[in-house]
Write a protein that binds this ligand. Structure first.
Ligand code: ZN
Length: 145
């Protein structure tokens, strides 16, 4: 994962507009870009809204909840790095890592929650792990909370 981490570090240096995202990540909070014109959130960050082509765009808090959209491993050891597209609760797909399980133990649609991993550069990278419990909309009728 070191190569991917280095790419993230370089991305921050190249795009200082992403600084609020990385500051929030260092505090354990996930932010997403939201368009002021259409109100929709998107990923990856851009200077304008990719959905309505207008903007402006600002950083807003995300729930941190997601589901596995697709996953794979690019390394010989599938426990080391599981790459995934996750579908955020707010809608966008995010390319990220899944942690805490081997590749073959993940299922499409599995509920996730964001977590953060220190990069050793002072930055914290959002990754996703299995959710402690399913989101409220997915619970069985009559269940509590
Ligand atoms: Zn928009």
């Amino acid at each position: 994962m070191d190569t991917l981490y280095e790419l993230h570090r370089q991305a921050v240096l190249a795009h200082p507009s992403s600084q609020p995202f990385w500051e929030a990540a260092g505090q354990g909070r996930l932010l997403l870009p939201r368009c002021d014109a259409c109100g929709r959130r998107h990923w990856y960050p851009r200077a304008f809204c990719p959905l309505c082509q207008v903007g402006p765009v600002q950083w807003v808090p995300a729930s941190g909840r997601a589901r596995v959209h697709a996953c794979t491993s690019l390394l010989r050891d599938p426990a080391r790095a599981v790459m995934a597209f996750v579908e955020l609760e707010e809608g966008p797909l995010m390319l990220t890592h899944l942690v805490g399980r081997n590749l073959t133990d993940w299922r499409i649609g599995a509920p996730l929650q964001v977590s953060f991993r220190a990069l050793g550069t002072g930055l914290h990278l959002p990754v996703f792990e299995a959710a402690a419990q399913a989101p409220a909309a997915q619970r069985e009728p009559g269940s509590s909370a």
